[in-house]
Design a protein around this ligand. Structure first.
Ligand code: PLP
Length: 448
């Protein structure tokens, strides 16, 4: 259906190419232009209010108008709007934020900054390769990621990502990156297989992949503690407990991609703590600044830091870094965001509201369109089945349809494949959660 575009929508289609957007449909329907934010709400340019059930793109944990973060950003811009960390330069906001990250992430020893999650994972792979070169193991370079994992969109991080639309049309994945199975019991378990049995089978399959490729060729395994963009897939019981010994047996680095799960989202400071994953390094972004500034960080443990720092004389400098990596304003905002998370004990807040969130999701678990309802902390999903409606027989159609219907009811959520996913600001109240879930039952019924 073609609609009459407003002036702003016409300017948009004539000036922008949008990420993750079908350009033909977009040209016909026009952009939804957002103007301002307040708490857990955003307002479009017609003045209509929407409750933001996705915290933007899984990032605005503190909502959309935190005055403290805005003031800190302004003050830093006044004092030192730009500097860098190249060739021995430094500045206090970068040091202070790294110290706070180290305090929150036990076992982590050094922090490297970038601007985005994709860049953080790009750095992770370079660090893993550099580390093995430094140890005289030039063949130990392959990376194992997972089908449906999401790690970004740059060439290497998109190759790590295990979703078809990130590979199709781009000749990805690149060499040396392999994908093992998704830990999704509902979709992947054999008939009668318990969660524990499923977890053990996936660990065995991982081990078989390592043996087939050659353990001396595998550098690292990368995983989100809870898969986000793949559909909020909470690992089954015993998953990381089964995976970790395999990685340890073959001396394989364990990279936790905490870009979504970090800083309280799962009810612990980091998702790996809740899911019993023991990373050698961690990628962080999004809630690192509550989305108020583009900043990401990679934290590495003492053993990696030691190898990297002590061998750079022999194998050459770590020739990697971004102009905006560790931007002073980003670091100042990140530091203030972490202060707020600590002062307000955001992980405890998430744990306190988690039962209310779970109850809302579980209300819909027996709906004929819902295959599975799943949740951890303030992350959730309703996995949809197409039902009898032929309109939705193609994968992804029913989720997209439902997300569009919900916008008409003032609710912003996202479809990740056939899952309707939830990641509200971590400051959301029970009353606001009631508002977020209010139209869902009726929209599901109308989609049957
Ligand atoms: N890793 C995870 C787990 C993510 O969810 C994302 C983005 O959603 C990324 C990496 C990539 O981050 P960015 O979009 O900032 O490059």
């Amino acid at each position: 259906m073609t609609v009459q575009l407003t002036n702003m929508q016409t300017r948009d289609v004539e000036a922008l190419l949008h990420p993750y957007t079908n350009a033909v449909t977009h040209r016909a329907q026009g952009a939804h232009v957002i103007e301002r934010g307040e708490g857990v709400y955003i307002y479009d340019n017609t003045g209509k209010r929407f409750i933001e059930g996705m915290a933007g793109l899984w990032c605005c944990g503190l909502g959309f108008n935190n005055a403290e973060l805005v003031e800190v950003a302004k003050a830093q811009l006044d004092k030192l709007p730009y500097y860098h960390l190249f060739a021995g330069r430094s500045f206090e906001p970068a040091i202070e934020l790294a110290e706070k990250i180290k305090d929150l992430a036990p076992g982590m020893s050094r922090v490297f900054y970038q601007s985005s999650g994709s860049e953080a994972n790009e750095t992770q792979i370079k660090l893993a390769w550099y580390y093995n070169n430094a140890l005289g193991r030039p063949d130990k370079k392959k990376i194992i990621s997972r089908v449906k994992g999401y790690h970004g969109v740059s060439i290497v991080s998109a190759s790590l990502t295990g979703l078809p639309y990130n590979h199709k049309s781009f000749d990805l994945p690149v060499d040396r990156i392999h994908h093992t199975a998704t830990p999704h019991h509902f979709r992947g378990a054999h008939a009668g297989e318990t969660e524990l049995e499923f977890s053990k089978r996936l660990a065995t399959e991982l081990e078989q992949m390592i043996e087939a490729e050659g353990p001396d060729t595998i550098a690292a395994f990368i995983a989100e503690p809870v898969m986000g963009a793949g559909g909020v897939i909470v690992p089954p019981e015993g998953y990381f407990e089964a995976i970790m010994p395999v990685l340890n047996r073959y001396d394989i680095l364990c990279i936790a991609d905490e870009v979504i799960c970090g800083f309280g989202r799962t009810g612990e400071w980091f998702g790996h703590q809740r899911l019993n994953m023991q990373p050698t390094s961690i990628s962080m972004a999004k809630q690192l600044t509550s989305g108020y500034a583009p900043l990401s960080a990679v934290a590495i443990n003492a053993e990696m830091a030691d190898v990297i720092e002590n061998h750079s004389g022999e194998i050459g400098i770590f020739g990697h870094g971004f102009t905006y990596g560790g931007h002073p304003m980003g670091c100042a905002v990140g530091s203030a965001a972490l202060d707020i998370y600590m002062r307000e004990d955001i992980p405890a807040k998430v744990r306190a509201i988690e039962p209310h969130f779970r109850n809302h999701l579980m209300t819909h678990k027996d709906h004929p369109l819902v295959g599975e309802a799943r949740q951890i902390g303030l992350l959730g999903a309703l996995e949809l089945t197409p039902g009898g409606n032929a309109m939705f027989s193609q994968p992804g159609k029913v989720g997209a349809h439902l997300a569009t219907r919900l916008v008409e009811h003032g609710v912003i959520l996202r479809a990740a494949g056939d899952s309707l996913v939830f990641c509200p600001p971590m400051t959301i109240t029970e009353g606001e959660l009631d508002e977020l879930f209010a139209p869902i039952g009726a929209c599901l019924d109308a989609t049957l």
